[in-house]
Every structure is written in structure tokens, then in C-alpha cells.
Design a protein around this ligand. Structure first.
Ligand SMILES: [Cu+2]
Length: 286
């Protein structure tokens, strides 16, 4: 009862396979793992999509289905849109970066601060990857919001976050020492703000893209990113690299993964509001 289309190579170098099965996610996962092992060897970027497809008729639990992962709701998706779960994983070995050396303000900051630029969990999941969905053929409405970038214990907090286009960015400093927030989009400086502890500054994020942040008072170890997106569908992965989307209208989407060290990867997916989609994206170090 297991159907699998053969791998299909995508123009952007991402190859992916689609697995169709009613409910046997564990079987899908086992096949995905085997494929991953095989494909990882060729050091490429992979996207494996396991789609649970309902062919016809109502879904009713059957005898012997105890091993089926997830609840009935998981299998049929939500009434208001499709569900996508998955993860971003490192293809290849992980060598944790060294802590960052503090070269100034050591009395307050200490000798080193944690290096958050490349964090990978014990399961190979990539933390602080930004996953976004972009509808291929339908308009979307985004709502501007408000995000905060703090300076705390000689680091920008959070290290990576997402803001929708047009959002307000609040800059603040919880440390009793001076920091700056130097924001660049590519090579263009968007703003460069001095930030003593008492000061709060508001900026508008009016251009999409990954805004890189540095601190210009010789705090060479400090960095952060704010990914400004023109989509309401975004997720920042946690320590195990997992992501979840719910209520996604059916249709074609480009799924994009951004990571500050691993770059950008894209693939096209098809979202159904009748069946959840499971995606694992494997990214190699550049
Ligand atoms: Cu600083």
C-alpha cells in the first residue's frame, strides 16, 4: 500500500520525492530516512516531501491502525487550510563554532559570549532557520506588526527574527553599556543608531530581505538578523530545526529556507487542505 513517485530533479538543484500514504507516517519516515542517507552522500540539497493524500470517501480508523502516527485531525488536516510540518537539517558533519571572543567591555561582558551563528541540535536540526511560504498564483495580504531587538548580556536578542514588511522595529538596550544597532540590507546601510541604556528607537522595516545587524562600538562579536518578509507565512526554527504551518490555503507555494551561514534554498510544494504535508529539508554547508 505504499506509493512513491521517483525522485524528480528541480531546476534549482533540489531533488525531492513525494510519498503518498494514508496515515502511515512512520513508514513514510523510514523511507524518507533511507532516501536521506543515500542522497546525503552526494552532498546536495534535498527536499523530501511526504504527503498524506486522501483519495476518496470519509476516513475511518481501521483495526490494526494503532501504529499510525498522529490523530485523525492530523490526517485530515484542518477545515480552514492545509497543515505543513517538517524540519531543516544539516547534511554532513556539524562542528560547533567556538565561543566569540570579547575584545572590549570585558568587565561587563566577560571573556567570551556564545556563538549563535550556527546552531545544530543533536538530531541534526538547524536552529534559527527562517522558513517562509510564498503563494505562486494567488495574492496574499500581509499585516504589519511590531518586533523588538534588545541588547542583553553583550548580544542582540533575539539573534534571528522575522518581521512582516512595513513592521515597526523597536530598538532597546538592557545593558548598562553603550551599544549601537547598525542595520544593513546587502551593502546598504538602513540605519545606524547609538543606543545607551536609556534610549529606545523606532524604525520602520520597509524593504524585504535579510537585514544584518552589527554593533559598531568595537563589539565585533555581536550580530543579529531580521528577515523582513512579504508573506504572512513564516517560521523561525527552534533547537531541533522543526517548523509547523497551519491553516495554509490550498495551492502551490514556493517554500524558502534562509539561514545566515547556510544561505537560501527554495522548492515548490503543493498544499492540500485535505491532507497534511511533511517536509524535511537538508542543507549542506557552503
Ligand atoms: Cu555592542
Amino acid at each position: 500500500m505504499f506509493n512513491r513517485e521517483e525522485d524528480r530533479s528541480q531546476p534549482d538543484g533540489i531533488s525531492w520525492a513525494r510519498a503518498a500514504n494514508v496515515g502511515r507516517l512512520s513508514v513514510v519516515a523510514a523511507v524518507v530516512r533511507r532516501l536521506m542517507t543515500r542522497l546525503r552522500r552526494i552532498s546536495t540539497i534535498l527536499l523530501i516531501a511526504g504527503s498524506v493524500v486522501l483519495l476518496a470517501g470519509p476516513l475511518t480508523p481501521r483495526k490494526g491502525d494503532a501504529a499510525v502516527a498522529g490523530s485523525l485531525d492530523d490526517l485530515v488536516g484542518t477545515k480552514n487550510g492545509g497543515k505543513i510540518t517538517g524540519g531543516v537539517f544539516l547534511a554532513g558533519d556539524y562542528h560547533p563554532p567556538e565561543p566569540l571572543k570579547v575584545v572590549k567591555s570585558r568587565n561587563f561582558c566577560g571573556d567570551t559570549v556564545p556563538n549563535e551563528t550556527f546552531l545544530v541540535g543533536t538530531n541534526g536540526g538547524v536552529r534559527n532557520a527562517v522558513v517562509t511560504l510564498h503563494p505562486v498564483d494567488k495574492p496574499i495580504r500581509i499585516e504589519a506588526g511590531r518586533v523588538v531587538l534588545d541588547n542583553r548580556a553583550c548580544a542582540f536578542v533575539p539573534h534571528v527574527q522575522v518581521a512582516t514588511l512595513g513592521s515597526e522595529l523597536i530598538l532597546k538596550n538592557s545593558d548598562p553599556i553603550l551599544h549601537t544597532v547598525h542595520a544593513r540590507l546587502g551593502k546598504t546601510t538602513l540605519f545606524n543608531v547609538g543606543l545607551p541604556q536609556w534610549r529606545r528607537v523606532s524604525k520602520m522595516l520597509t524593504k524585504p530581505g535579510a537585514v544584518r545587524i552589527d554593533c559598531d562600538v568595537l563589539h565585533t562579536w555581536m550580530s543579529a538578523a531580521i528577515v523582513v518578509v512579504a508573506t504572512p507565512y513564516y517560521f523561525v526554527t527552534g533547537e531541533n530545526g522543526f517548523f509547523t504551518f497551519d491553516g495554509i490555503p490550498a495551492g502551490s507555494y514556493d517554500i524558502e529556507v534562509w539561514h545566515e551561514r547556510l544561505g537560501i534554498k527554495r522548492a515548490r510544494i503543493s498544499v492540500s487542505d485535505r491532507a497534511p504535508l511533511s517536509i524535511e529539508m537538508f542543507i549542506s554547508t557552503p
